[in-house]
Design a protein around this ligand. Structure first.
Ligand SMILES: *Cc1c(COP(=O)(O)O)cnc(C)c1O
Length: 440
């Protein structure tokens, strides 16, 4: 993008000036509209999501068998929703903003197997691929006993097949762990910013890790190129995968059931606000879509991005989607928030979100770290930096006068996207950084 073009965009969208200055901003999406129309336009239906949900149920006995930590939930990989009243109280004086509604945390950091939101889409896509192969080879019927996926004939079949993915870390963990468990020959292409402990852990599980000195987009591109040349290789395409999206979308019905069970109503008088950390967009996009299917216009979804990597904000605002990168506006895409260091958003997701997303906001790394130590102190919950991106959501919407945001009847659900796999020593460092930044 040349200088005149950039200046033209800034003139059309003055908020870009603040974004370029790396300020924390809230952008309201002018295309957000009626949910039913938006869902119809997406080309994805409730039946597609139901189908994904049913597939996960078919695999549940297998999951319970090979990942014993999931046995108590009968092999359904789900995380709790936790009220965080002490955090809510602690936020008020710091941000000089009171949240009159309820503040809840969706604890995807506690998701079994890979400790992040990627356990939803990533594991789903691998399972679907395994099922497709097993059906094709006549090893299983859909009403059969799926614990058989752990048997040698299945593993021998999968050993002849490859799975590849490009990742900044967490997607690699989910795909790698699940694929290796099934017996696939799996390669994770990792960007330069991926943490050493993630690479070590994957190698320990028998995953091939290829390292790149470049950023995430490069790792994805290279992984895709190598996979395309091999007909026995399935490439998990984080930027364009319908299966990943559907795996994430199953969260909608699960959240609906959990809220119902806790007696929390969502309707015209009781709005639900959800804040989702966004990297390339598949995770938050899929979850938001699933929530829209459940709650329609009564759920208000916002994506949260680092001030250095607001790719979805810029992509949706300009309508350029994957034809624009944060670098076009002079941003360096440097952030400690794993999974969010993405310079170019998925157009597949951005376009689907155009009529369904209420807005996006940005958050600085310092703020994420400060919130990280705050929630550890107040609620004894340990999250990774990116998982805190959702936490300023309630403050942002209330301060910016988003309708109903300050209603006492509102429920604010902050999606804590990860942290469960972070080694304690690493977590202690994060915590220390947050304490150093703390304003108190
Ligand atoms: C991947 C990830 C996200 C964002 O998901 P995308 O699909 O990349 O948008 C958010 N938080 C964490 C911890 C992640 O790993």
């Amino acid at each position: 993008m040349d200088k005149t073009e950039k200046a033209k965009w800034v003139e059309e969208f003055p908020i870009l000036k603040q974004i370029i200055e790396k300020q924390e901003v809230l952008w309201k999406n002018p295309l957000n509209g009626d949910s039913a129309t938006g869902i119809a336009q997406s080309g994805i239906t409730a039946t597609d999501v139901k189908d994904a949900s049913e597939r996960l149920k078919r695999f549940a006995p297998y999951i319970a068998k090979v990942f014993p930590e999931t046995a108590k939930e009968n092999g359904i990989i789900e995380s709790p929703i936790t009220a965080i009243p002490k955090m809510k109280e602690a936020l008020a004086p710091i941000y000089e903003t009171v949240i009159p509604g309820k503040l809840l945390l969706k604890q995807d950091n506690a998701l079994p197997i890979s400790g992040s939101i990627k356990a939803r889409g990533g594991i789903y896509e691998v399972l679907k691929h395994a099922e497709t192969l097993a059906l094709e080879h006549g090893l299983i019927k859909q009403d059969g006993d799926y614990t058989k996926f752990a048997e040698p004939e299945f593993r021998n079949l999968f050993a002849k097949h490859k799975i590849a993915v490009g990742s900044t870390g967490n997607l690699g963990l989910s795909i790698g762990i699940m694929s290796a468990k099934l017996g696939f020959n799996v390669t994770v292409h990792m960007s330069a910013d991926a943490k050493q402990w993630k690479k070590d852990l994957l190698r320990e599980k028998g995953v091939t890790v290829v390292e790149y000195t470049d950023d995430y987009s490069k790792a994805v591109e290279e992984g895709r190129r190598q996979a395309e040349a091999d007909p026995l290789c399935h490439f998990v395409d984080d930027e364009n995968s319908l299966d990943l999206f559907l795996g994430y979308a199953v969260a909608g019905e699960r959240v609906a059931a959990q809220l119902k069970e806790s007696g929390i109503e969502v309707d015209g008088n009781n709005p639900l606000f959800v804040y989702l950390p966004c990297g390339v967009g598949g995770g938050p996009g899929g979850v938001a879509f699933g929530l829209k299917l459940q709650f329609g216009d009564n759920v208000h979804c916002f994506f949260a991005e680092p001030t250095h990597s607001p790719c979805m904000t810029i992509g949706m605002m300009t309508g350029l989607h994957d034809k624009v990168s944060v670098a076009d506006f002079g941003l360096d895409n440097q952030t400690a928030a794993d999974g969010l260091a993405v310079g170019t958003a998925s157009a597949f997701v951005g376009k689907k979100m155009e009529p369904l997303l209420e807005g996006c906001y940005t958050i600085g790394d310092d703020t994420m770290f400060e919130l990280l130590s705050m929630i550890a102190d107040t609620e004894d919950i340990r999250l990774e930096p990116s998982a805190l991106a959702g936490m300023t959501g309630p403050i942002q919407v209330i301060r910016n006068g988003v309708p109903l945001a300050d209603a006492p009847s509102a429920t604010h659900l902050v999606w804590a996207t990860g942290g469960g796999m972070v080694p304690e020593t690493e977590m202690d460092i994060y915590y220390g950084i947050g304490k150093g930044i703390g304003r108190k």
